[in-house]
Design a protein around this ligand. Structure first.
Ligand code: G4P
Length: 286
């Protein structure tokens, strides 16, 4: 399967993002809690040098909590502030305000010593497509917040939103492109729905997901589709199609439809709380 896919407009997007990053104090980086490393573009470390950083493990409502806890430790050990979130849930987003104050306390303190009061921390949100950036901004901003108007140096049409006394947020997120270093990463991103489905071989993706679920979440497929997990993965895909009554003319199982059902079930959380990767320990184990 060919996962390589790099849009030409990215060079321009990166240039714009560099410009915007120069205007902010804090980068709020959204990752998918189900595959935080695969959904991370490591270029952000370079782009965000000397900036305060906050990582949000978003869609944590869909992830395996035990694995997410390990990821939290992983980022904390690297000295990066991290919180988990369901960006659709306003209550869960509220914690961001106090975390931002904590992350940027050095700057707030520095300003205070210089006699500058109430200068808000300027922040921008970034992440790969579909990770939940717009949802997060909408929940974070709420309806009542007024936009503060254009500021010099910001790309035309971009605005700062004053969220509280302490934060101002750029109203449009920075879009980072996923870095597809190897096939595993490609597979995880495709399963999450980051990569456009119509350039993928859905059946191959489904078979790999079946392999992974059998190994890491035994019993999940058996329960959802009433099948035996001791069968081979292609047979399991056939049984998923039969279970979902996805049939071609002549009662043949429709593998393609079966694959789509499975992937869709995963993406919507109907298979339960599942993570696609855990942090790798020093001995190379997840
Ligand atoms: P983006 O700006 O980063 O591209 O992502 P966007 O906010 O558009 O979110 C992509 C999809 O992910 C949306 O679903 C959104 O509702 C969903 N989403 C965002 N955050 C979370 C989360 O924390 N948990 C869960 N479970 N879902 C989340 P959609 O189906 O594409 O759109 P919609 O039908 O929900 O509007």
């Amino acid at each position: 399967m060919n996962y390589e896919w790099y849009p030409g407009h990215m060079t321009k997007a990166i240039r714009m993002m560099k410009e915007e990053i120069s205007l902010v104090d804090l980068i709020i980086e959204l990752l998918d809690a189900r595959a935080p490393l695969s959904s991370r573009n490591p270029d952000i470390d370079d782009l965000g040098k000397n900036k305060f950083r906050l990582v949000i493990l978003n869609k944590s409502d869909l992830a395996d909590k035990n694995v997410t806890d390990k990821w939290k430790d992983y980022f904390k050990e690297k000295g990066i502030a991290v919180i988990t979130m369901d960006a659709r849930n306003r209550g869960s987003v509220r914690v961001v305000d106090s975390t931002v104050k904590e992350v940027c306390k050095e700057k707030i303190e520095r300003d205070r010593k210089r006699g500058i009061k109430n200068r808000p921390v300027r922040a921008m949100v970034c992440g790969i497509p579909n990770v939940g950036k717009s949802t997060f901004i909408n929940s974070f901003v709420g309806k009542s917040m007024a936009k503060t108007g254009n500021k010099p140096g910001v790309t035309k049409g971009k605005q700062w939103i004053r969220l509280s006394d302490s934060i101002e947020l750029l109203d449009t997120p920075g879009i980072l492109w996923p870095k597809i270093g190897d096939e595993q990463v490609g597979m995880r991103l495709a399963t999450l729905g980051t990569i456009n489905d119509n350039i993928l071989d859905t059946q191959e993706l489904a078979v790999k997901l079946i392999d992974y679920l059998k190994e890491s979440y035994p019993g999940v497929l058996a329960e959802r589709f009433s099948l035996s997990e001791s069968d081979g993965s292609i047979k399991i895909l056939e049984n998923i199609a039969l279970n979902r009554k996805a049939l071609k003319k002549g009662e043949e199982p429709d593998y393609e439809k079966g694959a789509s059902y499975l992937i869709d079930d995963f993406r919507c959380g109907r298979l339960g709380h599942i993570s696609l990767e855990g942090p790798i320990s020093e001995d190379g184990k997840e």
